[in-house]
Design a protein around this ligand. Structure first.
Ligand code: ADP
Ligand code: ZN
Length: 733
């Protein structure tokens, strides 16, 4: 794809342009005035519109040359680098995504095509005013106090308490100078020479190894494994420092936005400046600034969500994937990709180091380290006095006989002890809302979603029923929608809101709060709540998996897992792995500082191997057993999978196409792959679309993507039909 040859094109020479539009092909244009280069970002006419594209190579010249239109102009940005084009090409091939869609990911900053906006600022000029009024004097005072720092009109008006006409008249007389500065300013420089904290033995060894890699240059991938609180962040901050010293850029990916604020503070105290942030909560203008400055090398450190991987870094030397096992690195809609895997790809293309950090690595990464593909560095103890929490199983079969409710007597007692000592408790249940099922006691019907094949979850705070599949909501009904019986609807099973209710009744004096993604209006509101908890403003936190992700609550010493068995149900290939990771992570929240922690795991299956492995703390045993099971079954990471989801508003169509694909599987068989299905998806209907799944399985080393592409191309179907390919699926719903 990356043709060699002249990389500069004179005006009106034919060039091939990839547009960030769902066209799925390259289009020929004439180079605009001033010419362009391979990689130039250009604005081109497309029908009646003007769209953004990238010059990918010389024109093909296949169409009628006289009809070829001219590109309109080249953007001011540095051209897309070869390594980025190669990354997009290879990532697109791997995920079976059209290149144009990959380009859209790489240009997702609003207003890129607009010329650099200038910001008007004022500075003291050289003339004296014709007459001095109080207002004018106040303006001049502001500047003498601030050391003649350039100020915007709004700032100046506020600081000097004057109207804009005062400022304008001073500028007119040359008393103030009016200047334009680029709105997208570079980021403050970070100082990598400041010394970090003194590291302990394991930390020092790991940091030295990583820094050695950075100094050596070139590609390498490392699993940095260490229990929560062992100082992984401290270690990779050293690798970042080494990268910055060499003038290269670093990227830190994090699974949860609420996590970033603590990290940003740590960066600031380590390097004397803040990193750039990149996630959905960042305002449009700031996103554009990050995009442009990473491209110009004027932004050295970015902390972001998975899509930050597509920023146009000019000299990327290090990618850290924090909590690398987190399944939110898998993007599930639009372009389906795994940011953890693509990080390693990007690092390999641009000669950077990839550091995958986790207390409970994914089986994929664990086995890559075991086979020697990745280096593995271990931090074996918690930093300082902090020790791992004591883990204890609570057999709920015993408790059920004694009491009602979801908090066992043993857990209650433990919570009371913490309350008496002014320490915090976390009650963990990975279920949002009040109750997962609402049942009519008269007719036995469960209230389901009208558009999906799933049940509605009661959210009592909002007084509504919500479908967690499609987001459809309705007010909590008084009468049963099926039989019309009044006041017979009952909530079955617990969600976090219900545990909150129970905790409120059991511990009326305690300050309790729910931490769950749906109770916050915005990412900032959530951040605020997290920092309140860290400051000790609550005694009991009731949370979903959101709380598992690395927050540092120093006063938290007890974790109660309400339902340890929850994740073990279902047909998910990673059910055991996820349960293991999640519970170990949650338990790791307890006892971070000098106070020892304890985790109580409520379970109905004390003898289940996963529950046993968690309780015993023998991680390597768990990974080895899980690896053997996957090897036997030919499952990832020891085999390849692709999920095919067929959906249509017409049920028969999805089934019919599925059957046809299953019958006509020659391209798969000749490649050594096998297809299973079609089967109705576990959630057979979402948003009114009927869904059918096929699963393709292949041994390692089979060119699965090529085979799948050949197999599904020309599958046809009506305009209501859609086929989605999910390479390395994580979700089987
Ligand atoms: P992890 O990323 O493995 O969860 P952190 O790097 O967040 O661990 O470290 C846990 C806590 O211990 C943090 O509060 C951190 O500031 C502190 N810590 C870790 N290593 C050191 C060190 N060498 N010196 C001082 N404090 C440290
Ligand atoms: Zn729904």
């Amino acid at each position: 794809m990356l043709e060699k040859g002249a990389d500069h094109f004179a005006e009106s020479e034919l060039v091939s342009v990839l547009a960030a539009q769902p066209l799925g092909m390259f289009l020929d244009y004439r180079a605009p005035e001033g010419g362009c280069r391979i990689g130039s970002y250009v604005i081109v006419p497309l029908g009646p519109r003007r769209v953004l594209g990238v010059v990918w190579g010389p024109g093909e010249g296949e169409v009628d040359v006289k009809k070829v239109k001219s590109a309109i102009r080249v953007l001011e940005e540095p051209p897309m680098r070869d390594e980025m084009r190669e990354f997009l090409t290879r990532a697109g091939r791997y995920t079976l995504t059209p290149l144009s869609a990959m380009l859209r990911l790489a240009t997702r900053a609003p207003g890129l095509e607009l010329p650099q906006k200038m910001l008007k600022v004022y500075l003291p000029g050289h003339s004296a005013p014709d007459r001095v009024t109080d207002a004018r004097r106040r303006v001049m005072d502001v500047f003498s106090k601030s050391g003649s720092k350039a100020l915007m009109m709004a700032e100046l008006r506020k600081l000097a308490c004057v109207s804009s006409s005062v400022v304008k008249s001073l500028a007119g007389q040359g008393v103030l100078e009016e200047k334009g500065i680029p709105r997208d300013a570079p980021y403050p420089t970070l100082d990598p020479m400041k010394t970090g904290r003194a590291l302990d033995g394991d930390q020092r060894r790991a940091a030295d190894a990583l820094c050695g890699d950075v100094i050596k240059g070139g590609f390498g991938a490392t699993l940095l494994r260490g229990v929560t609180g062992s100082g992984k962040t401290e270690v990779y901050l050293e690798a970042i420092a080494e990268t910055l010293k060499r003038g290269r850029q670093a990227l830190v990916l994090m699974p949860e936005i609420a996590l970033t604020s603590e990290f940003i503070d740590r960066v600031e105290s380590r390097f004397g400046g803040k990193p750039a942030e990149w996630h959905s909560g960042v305002a449009a203008a700031e996103r554009r600034r990050v995009w442009k400055m990473t491209g110009r090398g004027k932004c050295k450190l970015v902390v972001g969500a998975r899509s930050a991987l597509f920023l146009p870094f000019s000299n990327l030397g290090l990618i850290v994937v924090d909590e690398e096992h987190d399944s939110s690195y898998k993007q599930e809609d639009g372009v389906i990709y795994n940011a953890r895997d693509l990080s390693v790809l990007r690092a390999s293309i641009c000669g950077a180091q990839a550091v995958l950090s986790s207390a409970t690595p994914s089986l994929e990464t664990w086995s890559n380290a075991k086979s020697g593909k990745y280096r593995r560095l271990d931090l074996n103890t918690r930093y300082g006095a902090a020790s791992m929490p004591e883990l204890k199983l609570v057999d709920m079969r015993e408790c059920d006989k004694m009491s009602k409710g979801w908090i066992s007597p043993e857990l209650r007692e433990a919570v009371r002890e913490r309350l008496a000592k002014n320490e915090q408790t976390l009650l963990f249940l990975n279920r949002r809302g009040y109750a997962p099922v609402t049942l009519c006691r008269a007719c036995g019907q469960q209230i389901g979603c009208r558009q999906c094949d799933s049940r509605m979850t009661e959210h009592r705070f909002k007084k509504r029923l919500v479908c967690h599949q499609c987001g459809e909501t309705m007010p909590m009904p008084k009468i049963c929608p099926s039989c019309g019986a009044e006041d017979r609807l009952a909530a079955i099973g617990p969600g976090v809101e219900r545990i909150m209710e129970e905790a409120g009744a059991l511990f009326p004096e305690a300050r309790a709060t729910v931490l769950s993604s749906d109770v916050f209006e915005s990412a900032n509101a959530m951040k605020e709540q997290v920092s309140k908890i860290a400051k000790g403003e609550y005694d009991i936190v009731i949370g979903t998996q959101m709380v598992a992700k690395g927050h540092n609550f120093p006063n938290l010493t007890l974790v109660g897992v309400i339902d340890s068995d929850l994740g073990l149900q279902g047909c998910d290939l990673r059910a055991a792995e996820r349960t293991f990771q999640l519970i170990r992570q949650v338990a790791g929240r307890a006892g971070r500082a000098e106070k020892p922690g304890m985790a109580l795991l409520q379970t109905y299956q004390t003898e289940h191997p996963v529950i046993q492995a968690i309780a015993s703390g023998s991680e390597e045993d768990f990974w080895n057993a899980e690896a053997d099971a996957r090897k036997m079954a030919g499952m990832p990471p020891y085999g390849n999978l692709a999920g095919i989801i067929l959906s249509s508003t017409i049920r028969e169509e999805a089934i019919e196409v599925g059957r046809r694909l299953a019958r006509e599987d020659a391209p798969l068989r000749s490649a050594g792959a096998r297809v299973f299905g079609p089967a109705p998806a576990p959630i057979a209907q979402i948003r009114g679309r009927h869904r059918v799944r096929l699963l393709v399985m292949a041994p390692k080393g089979v060119a699965l993507q090529n085979a799948v592409q050949k197999w599904v191309s020309g599958v046809g179907g009506s305009s209501r039909f859609k086929l989605t390919v999910d390479i390395d699926p994580y979700s089987f719903l």
